[in-house]
Design a protein around this ligand. Structure first.
Ligand SMILES: Cc1cc2nc3c(=O)[nH]c(=O)nc-3n(C[C@H](O)[C@H](O)[C@H](O)COP(=O)(O)OP(=O)(O)OC[C@H]3O[C@@H](n4cnc5c(N)ncnc54)[C@H](O)[C@@H]3O)c2cc1C
Length: 491
């Protein structure tokens, strides 16, 4: 007989994985269905990585409530899950006297939302705090922070898996059937059965909802492009630097953000698009980002970016409606089917409070018993690059594989690659190694280390050359040998 799960979560983004982790505190059988080959296949891997404070969100909104709650617990969350977290603080810069009024509005909204520590500082203080930044005044938010969005998503999922949650990748949900006391969820020629479904499918949440007849939701995808500037410029800023938000306030505008790994992140743009999978980057987008960033930080180099990427916001209001909605989290028509619609920014910051809210909804339907042996701790993997010379020497003495450097830009060792390969989620792709071990992420973007990683996959991990996947099923790196005929002759 096919297994019956208590709960199926559709979508393994930061929200789906946070929900999975919260559910793993209880004696439940939970499964996560994800169409990608790994967690974090959608918006959760391509965003600013900012732990927002909550002054940008409409007073009284769910976004504001969950953002403020999320900010308060984020440092503790990251320490439990072994994820980098840095409270850099943020300056929202007024570039003209006209902008100052906007700073006051943000300040007021922040106070009403319960944001702590906000102040408005003058030009002299801005210069003292960030000598390279131009502005007449700024809103200073000391509690704004940065994290790694993909490492957080991976950590949520790994901790959920440690506590018993099952993850099914390459499982694109294509249909859902309501049976008397459970749902039959179809994916890739197979199906999964669960008593209750949580729809956390991000940009596709409206499509999933429509599979059981909720046709009232619509997602309006809005793409944000980014540029990543080499970490040798990281000294240019110590805090996040934002413009005052654009007039319609549906996005925050281009900003300059330190990252936990070192490079400076510039962006994002905002373009409503038709195709929700169109994560392309464009020359006009890149030019706009650099131009806007240099208005605040003139010393920013215009030609030292190491890569560009984009993420798609899952908006539940169209451009014509102003593009600014609140989170919709409801189970109006079928209480055992919970829809999360329009979980755009600050969805990363808000992920745990959002997840706790969903679990509360579930507790009204299913009796939840806490697991006695739930373990909230997911240890951080060892990162050679973060250790002192003495610590490295000590480590290499114990395990020589830490002494074999695979990625020269990010100083990643062979041992870290092997550890990443042995992840509890069972992800074995090149992209899975990249997001877990930081190989291929440095200045050369894989120019030097890709060949070494392939050699590890082939020789140490015995993966046949035609079994090495970049990412999704079918994304083979090699499909044959150029000199196959010659090899036959030699034999
Ligand atoms: C440009 C940009 C900047 C942002 N900046 C910030 C920020 O600085 N701070 C912050 O707090 N938030 C930020 N956000 C918001 C944040 O990234 C999102 O709110 C969050 O990632 C949403 O997570 P999610 O799990 O709902 O969606 P996603 O990460 O998109 O996950 C949804 C998952 O569902 C899967 N899926 C879709 N359809 C199916 C199907 N049919 N079957 C199975 N699986 C399916 C997808 O593959 C995907 O993995 C930003 C977002 C963007 C786009």
């Amino acid at each position: 007989m096919t297994e019956l799960f208590n709960i199926a979560v559709i979508g393994a983004g930061v929200v789906g994985c946070a929900i999975a982790r919260e559910l793993s505190r209880y004696n439940l059988k939970t499964v996560v269905l994800e169409k990608g080959s790994d967690v974090c296949s959608g918006a959760s891997k391509a965003n600013s990585g900012v732990v927002h404070a909550g002054f940008n969100n409409a007073v009284g909104s769910l976004k504001a409530k969950f953002c403020v709650q999320g900010n308060e617990i984020f440092e503790h969350l990251c320490s439990e899950l072994g994820v980098p977290y840095k409270r850099t603080g943020k300056l929202v810069i007024a570039q003209s006297e006209g902008d100052v009024k906007e700073l006051e509005n943000l300040f007021e909204a922040g106070l009403k939302n319960g944001v702590k520590g906000l102040s408005i500082v003058d030009r002299k203080t801005v210069k003292m705090m960030e000598p390279g930044v131009e502005g007449v005044a700024a809103l200073y938010s000391p509690n704004s922070a940065i994290t790694s969005p993909y490492l957080l998503t991976i950590a949520y999922a790994e901790n959920a898996a440690m506590n018993g949650v099952k993850f099914k990748f390459n499982s694109e949900v294509t249909g859902i059937e309501r049976k008397k006391s459970y749902f039959k969820i179809y994916h890739d020629g197979d199906y999964t059965q669960a008593e209750l479904v949580v729809n956390a499918a991000g940009c596709y949440a409206d499509k999933i909802a429509s599979m059981i007849g909720y046709t009232e939701y619509k997602i309006y995808p809005c793409r944000g492009e980014y540029v990543l500037v080499d970490k040798r410029w990281s000294h240019l800023i110590t805090r996040m630097i934002y413009h005052v938000p654009p007039k319609d306030k549906s996005v925050l505008g281009v900003h300059i953000t330190p990252t936990v790994e070192g490079p400076i992140l510039l962006g994002p743009t905002a373009d409503f698009i038709e195709d929700r999978d169109d994560t392309s980057t464009t020359m006009p987008g890149i030019n706009q980002i650099i131009e806007e960033a240099r208005k605040i930080l003139p010393s920013l180099p215009s030609h030292d970016s190491i890569t560009a990427f984009s993420g798609i916001r899952a908006k539940n209001k169209s451009k014509e409606e102003g593009g600014l909605g609140d989170y919709i989290i409801e189970n109006r028509r079928d209480s055992y089917f919970i829809n999360l619609i329009g979980i755009e920014s600050p969805g990363l910051t808000a992920s745990t409070p959002l997840a706790k809210h969903v679990v509360e909804m579930i507790s009204e339907l299913i009796k939840l018993n806490l697991k006695e042996d739930f373990n909230p701790i997911r240890p951080a993997p060892i990162r050679l690059a973060e250790l002192s010379h003495e610590q490295r020497a000590e480590l290499i003495k114990k395990e020589p594989l830490y002494g074999e450097i695979v990625c020269r830009c990010e100083h990643v060792s062979k041992k870290e690659v092997l550890d990443a390969y042995n992840n509890i989620l069972g992800v074995k792709t090149l992209s899975g190694l990249k997001y877990r071990a930081r190989v291929m992420m440095g200045r050369c973007q894989g120019g030097f280390c890709t060949a070494k990683i392939i050699s590890i996959l082939q020789n140490d991990l015995k993966t046949p050359y035609n079994g090495i996947l970049l990412k999704n099923p079918g994304s083979y790196l090699f499909t044959g040998k150029v000199r196959e005929e010659d090899e036959k002759d030699v034999k």
